[in-house]
Write a protein that binds this ligand. Structure first.
Ligand SMILES: Cc1cc2nc3c(=O)[nH]c(=O)nc-3n(C[C@H](O)[C@H](O)[C@H](O)COP(=O)(O)O)c2cc1C
Length: 222
């Protein structure tokens, strides 16, 4: 069982958010997972140019660290996303990563995987940003097991309590991967998304040739 944690703070080992990502990973480890932590700010992930090549071929034309990080995501059973609130959203490297996964969204490539998100903020927006990252995981096909957001500007001690919750969420992530927890409501959402994107891909099957092949290969389009 593999769980990967991605933290998107430029503050390296001083990152508040890192404390939560690490706590989730430690919880997952206690639940039997092998874990890996990646600092997104150490990677080069260029901006999507909307060329559409990935839809047609499954390959990206940009030569940078995306291929390696995406491979790690695909190899993982669980994905933990961590980001500070930057103006009510995620920092640019996390958004750059999301934008590079448009083909993965069409193909619902994280189907069968589980994930969760953590966010720290100075004063507000922590739940919204964690919720946004979980929404992206859902849109990619993954099932989310929880989200933690904490504002620490006026109460730094809140980080400690959130760390304890994050540890528990990591254990829940491991239990979910093992199949000890089911999420029927999210299964239904995933069915609807596969239907929706399947129709989109079938409608554009010349332009989205690789995606059409993917749906046929997965048995999602007969
Ligand atoms: C560019 C920038 C934008 C920020 N925007 C917000 C914001 O909109 N709302 C907020 O409550 N905190 C905001 N903050 C504060 C950070 O979210 C907060 O300090 C966070 O805990 C930093 O996490 P880190 O240590 O993991 O980098 C911002 C900080 C920076 C540097």
């Amino acid at each position: 069982m593999k769980v990967i944690g991605l933290n998107a703070s430029p503050r390296g080992k001083n990152s508040n958010t890192l404390i939560l990502v690490k706590a989730v990973l430690e919880g997952a480890k206690a639940g039997g997972a092998e874990t890996e932590l990646v600092d997104l700010y150490t990677l080069k992930i260029g901006y999507c140019t909307a060329c559409g090549t990935c839809y047609a071929t499954g390959e990206c034309t940009l030569m940078d660290d995306f291929v390696e990080i995406f491979e790690k995501i695909l190899m993982a059973d669980g994905i933990v996303l961590g980001a500070p609130n930057y103006i009510d959203s995620v920092p640019a490297p996390m958004k750059a990563l999301f934008d590079r996964m448009a083909d993965a969204i069409h193909c619902q490539m994280l189907t069968g995987k589980f994930g969760c998100s953590v966010c720290t903020a100075g004063g507000s927006g922590e739940h919204e940003v964690a919720g946004y990252m979980n929404k992206v995981l859902t849109t990619l096909g993954a099932t989310v097991v929880g989200a933690i957001g904490v504002a620490i500007g006026r109460d730094p001690s809140a980080l400690g309590k959130a760390g304890t919750e994050a540890h528990e969420m990591g254990k829940q992530l491991a239990r979910s991967i093992r199949g000890e927890h089911t999420y029927p409501e999210q299964d239904e959402i995933h069915r609807q998304k596969r239907d929706y994107f399947g129709q989109l891909v079938a409608f554009n099957k010349e332009r989205f040739a690789h995606e059409y092949d993917w749906y046929v290969r997965m048995g999602w389009i007969k």
